[in-house]
Design a protein around this ligand. Structure first.
Ligand code: UDP
Length: 239
């Protein structure tokens, strides 16, 4: 049902933590397989998929810095962690017969391809899932910013941010039972109310380029597919 899709090209951001499942560290192969299945459904209806994966399940520069490491070194470690996650994700996708590529913002000849925008777009056009790894390639940024950056660069129509909860709430719904969910927010509302959706850099970038963001729950089976056919999942952030 190719005609059913609302979006032709999307950029999906998966946090590193989403890959570790119930464990406290590392990668859970069962979770990877489930993600591959959900992503495969998009590819199946002809949606072009770009992925940006985080590294928080392995290393975060800010946390390493707190423990005494140099911040830039820590950020480099964090970016390398995202490459490891990307390799694991590609492996899971390929095992599900979904053709995929890993590109890295940091050249890593012999392991993954170096990021090139036009090549990435060509891969997506031919139906390959492209996993953008190593974030932006620069310290002091996050993979949320990388997701927005790559999404804008490759002309994706929507940035999808997979989270643990099914959208953006007025407070943490786990801690505060009176927290309410927003169906829609403007970029300015997110910024003014300091809602913890993505870091400020990422939101401002999307706002400047009018890139809509949808925050949704990855664990909810079928949610991803529902979004690309125009369903109302989670929270939409737009102009
Ligand atoms: N990172 C970076 N530059 C980037 C993207 C990521 O330095 O452009 C580093 C940073 O240290 C970050 C780590 O990589 O903490 C892992 O990324 P992130 O925290 O965004 O992962 P997530 O929270 O999505 O798992």
């Amino acid at each position: 049902p190719v005609g059913d899709r609302k979006y032709k090209r999307i950029l999906l951001k998966l946090s590193g933590e989403a890959l570790m499942g119930e464990q406290g560290f590392g990668i859970d192969p069962v979770v990877l397989d489930r993600m591959a299945l959900e992503i495969g459904q998009l590819v199946g209806i002809g949606v072009q998929v770009g992925l940006v994966v985080g590294g928080g399940n392995l290393f975060r520069g800010a946390a390493l810095s707190k423990a005494g490491l140099d911040r830039v070194t820590g950020d480099h470690m964090g970016m390398l962690a995202t490459v490891m996650n990307a390799l694991a994700l590609r492996d899971a996708l390929e095992r599900s017969n979904i053709s995929s590529r890993v590109m890295s913002a940091i050249p890593m000849s012999g392991v993954v391809e170096h990021y090139d925008r036009r090549t990435a777009m060509r891969y997506m056009e031919q139906g390959d899932v492209v996993i953008f790894s190593a974030g932006t390639g620069n310290p002091f940024f996050t993979t949320d910013s990388a997701a927005c950056l790559r999404g804008i660069e490759v002309n994706a129509e929507l940035v999808l941010k997979a989270t643990k909860v099914d959208g953006v709430y007025s407070a943490d719904p786990v801690k505060d039972p009176s927290a309410t969910k927003y169906d829609w927010l403007s970029y300015d509302e997110v910024i003014e109310n300091k809602l913890e959706v993505m870091d400020l850099t990422a939101i401002v970038l999307c706002s400047d380029h009018k890139m809509p963001i949808r925050v949704f729950k990855m664990d909810k089976s079928g949610a991803l597919l529902n979004i690309v056919v125009g369903g109302e999942e989670g929270t939409l952030i737009s102009e």
